[in-house]
Design a protein around this ligand. Sequence first.
Ligand SMILES: [Zn+2]
Length: 322
Amino acid sequence: MLNYASIDVPFNLRHTCWFCGEPSHQELTFPIQESDYITHMPLAIPACDECRIIAKGTANVMRAPESIYDLKLQVKNALMKRYAKHLGIGENWTKEELEETTLDGTAFKGFTDSAWAMYEIAKQRADFNGWDLYVDGMELDILDDTYAFEFEGKKFASFDSAVEFFLRAESLNKYLFEGLVDILGQGRFAYALKIGRLYTGVSRREANEILEEIATQEADRKQMLSQEKLHNNLKRIDAESISEVDIDGVSVPAEAIGWAMSRSINNLEKLEQSEDAFFEQHEHLGGVGAFHLFNGLQVYLHARTNIDWALEQDPNHELWIK
Ligand SMILES: [Zn+2]
């Protein structure tokens, strides 16, 4: 029989579940199975019935938690999964929006009032962060080295559990969203979610079209990034110190000059070689805007071939020869 040390409970938190903040009348003993390995002394923690049952099941569903923080993350995730639909109310609506729908008529009233209350309860439980762990007044020195995928303020036990959570919480199109996640990966989860939220009611065929487009987009983006990297022994240039230049009525904005300078593009030949990269990176300005900038750079670099002009008239001359 292990010797479980009861954690200290602050006076204002008596009978409170350490995991979720709900009322608690019992303690959970941890490790769950006496034979489980844990990284610290065996503990007894106040827990509500629901969290206690979830905790006892963790080893079967996932893996035996090795520390109390590990256990907490798993319990929280199980709660989030269970109450994903409730939590989703807050993802999909604001309180004001829900209140506005109640103004439209009485039909919604009951639904929205209780919906918001359910959301708030679920959110409070998901956000509750327990309290610091002490036993007999001594702080426990337990390292919290749990890995969590954090997104929009939520901590998920893994990336997959985040995907699953948003699928449920927001009733996303499973086929489309999982496809997006495959293409965009963990690093671009926000973008996957943005697209997934836009197209919840699409057919398989429409989803395939969207996925195809995103895949193309992503391939282009990767190619551009690698091109950029190639160009990139980007020199660090203080953008503030660059001045706009005006040559015979053609104005060359400081940003364009900074773009060339940081890539060591200091003559017309190098500018020509970088033409494609320039237009890709200035696509957002539209064709005419980008061309205007490029032309400005051509005029400027041409002017700089005149040493006298460069020395006497170019306010950026010092920066070029740095
Ligand atoms: Zn609880």
